[in-house]
Design a protein around this ligand. Sequence first.
Ligand SMILES: Cc1cc2nc3c(=O)[nH]c(=O)nc-3n(C[C@H](O)[C@H](O)[C@H](O)COP(=O)(O)O)c2cc1C
Length: 167
Amino acid sequence: MAFKEVLVKDLRENPFTVLSDEWMLVSAGNESGFNMMTASWGYFGHMWNKNTAVTVLRPQRYTKEFVDKNDCFALSFYGGDKKIHGVCGSVSGRDTDKAASTGLIPVFSDGTVYFEQARLVFICKKIYAQRFDPACFIDSSIDGEFYPEKDYHIAYAGEIIKAYEKI
Ligand SMILES: Cc1cc2nc3c(=O)[nH]c(=O)nc-3n(C[C@H](O)[C@H](O)[C@H](O)COP(=O)(O)O)c2cc1C
């Protein structure tokens, strides 16, 4: 399967629907080791004069170890394939070979990894990371509703350095 590079500004995607309905994979690593997980929270936007994406990872995610160790991560979209997301969003790469379980074929590129089955890929270079601070919730109901275990997400902002679409 081949991909072509596209300009982010030429994309006609709705970030609200792709995140909340289609979901995405967050992936990082290289030929020596990689991991991926489903995510449906995050942001796409313009910040510090750069096209950016933010992914939010809870501290216990195995994927976080790969995002921490590498300069880049990838966000990729699969048209809402629920088999891929059923596996990648429910089991950990610590216990399961998720590529083998889903048939996802890794593509090592641009200092990170995504998968042949993707329809759309963003390559993100990490530029900022910060754990959500419970003291900063202006709507304090979010803390109780989403963080009963106090496992606050770490928000990773990446500069989108490349985007690819399936040909
Ligand atoms: C629809 C959906 C969305 C998810 N979104 C996130 C997310 O944005 N951040 C997060 O940390 N976990 C999210 N998860 C949970 C991870 O995908 C899940 O815990 C996964 O098994 C972690 O795998 P890992 O330990 O191999 O990294 C989501 C799961 C699903 C099913």
